[in-house]
Design a protein around this ligand. Structure first.
Ligand code: PPS
Length: 301
């Protein structure tokens, strides 16, 4: 929405971030923490006015679950799919939009690519009433926590994590930006039967990117040949996206594309922390369909 070049937008944001103390960087809105510079109250209040359309392409994820990967996949699918002209792009996240940006969003031609980290109950209601298709990407909570820890330490708009142990406790209690992983997961679990919602996991996409890309394109009604599927897979591998990240994410490229692996938690968690996460998973998600889809035993134990 912003017509300024990306590197200039980024530089301006970093300058404003440097003027804030860690304590000033987050604020609460309706009980949930958000980065103040990116999601000021004015923007969060205005979000509810956003008018969805049935042909919007919505990508949604809890922070650090693979949102930017999905953006790359979706953009490449759209570019490859025959006859598809893209798109008004409202990214990175709709909660960053000012009221003026929301007006531009309302006027943008279809189809629009939109994204959000908002809890599903806080996604503007029109995305449900208009039956917009939403792709949700999940990641196992241990790797999500590790990725978030590094992001706090390397993204100037967020406060730096005081220590690993402190950040671990904050994540477990939901005192991180965009709130609790488990609240978020439980809310999507309730929507798993909605035909307009598709949940995929970081781990399944990592294991078989081509199948993930076929499933995603089918969900959005976009047809790809096998050659196109392979091109999307190659163009959106971690290495390819990291290599291109100075163009797509300016100075923050190496921060958004950090390591891109499954199981990094093993070099961070103490046995006690691992047990605490296992207990939380069992309490909240064991026995649920989303819990089964996350394949916790395989990736987290
Ligand atoms: S954000 O800032 O909340 O939107 O972060 P998000 O993009 O959701 O997640 C960042 C993590 O996704 C990894 N990533 C990838 N993994 C595999 N393949 C590709 N192409 C890819 N692109 C991004 C990124 O490296 C972050 O994970 P970590 O574990 O920190 O490396």
């Amino acid at each position: 929405m912003n017509s300024q070049p990306l590197h200039e937008q980024m530089a301006a944001m970093m300058k404003r971030a440097a003027e804030l103390s860690d304590e000033e960087k987050l604020h609460r809105y309706n009980g949930v923490l958000y980065p103040k510079l990116l999601c000021p109250e004015l923007h969060l209040k205005a979000l509810g006015d956003t008018k969805a359309r049935p042909d919007d392409i919505m990508l949604t994820a809890y922070p650090k679950c693979g949102f930017n990967w999905m953006v790359g996949v979706m953009k490449t699918i759209i570019a490859e799919a025959a006859g598809t002209k893209v798109v008004s792009e409202i990214l990175p996240l709709m909660e960053f939009l000012s009221p003026v940006d929301i007006k531009k969003f309302d006027e943008a031609p279809s189809p629009r690519l939109v994204g959000t980290h908002m809890h599903p109950d806080n996604i503007p209601v029109s995305f449900y009433t208009k039956k917009t298709k939403m792709l949700v990407i999940f990641r196992n909570p241990k790797d999500t926590l590790v990725s978030y820890y590094h992001f706090y330490n390397n993204n100037p708009v967020l406060p730096s994590a005081k220590s690993w142990d402190t950040f671990f406790s904050q994540f477990m209690s939901g005192n991180v930006s965009w709130g609790s992983y488990f609240d978020y997961a439980l809310a999507w679990e309730k929507k798993m039967d909605d035909p307009n919602v598709k949940i995929i996991t970081y781990e399944e996409l990592k294991q078989d990117p081509s199948q993930g890309i076929r499933d995603i394109s089918t969900f959005f009604g976009l047809t790809l040949t096998e050659d196109q599927v392979q091109r999307v897979a190659e163009g959106t591998s971690f290495d390819a996206m990291k290599k291109n990240s100075a163009k797509t994410h300016a100075t923050m490229g190496n921060v958004f594309f950090r390591k891109g692996t499954v199981g990094d938690w093993r070099s961070h968690f103490t046995p006690e922390q691992s047990q605490e996460m296992d207990d939380a998973f069992n309490k909240h998600l064991a026995g649920t369909r989303l819990g089964a889809k996350l394949n916790y035993q395989q990736y987290c134990q």
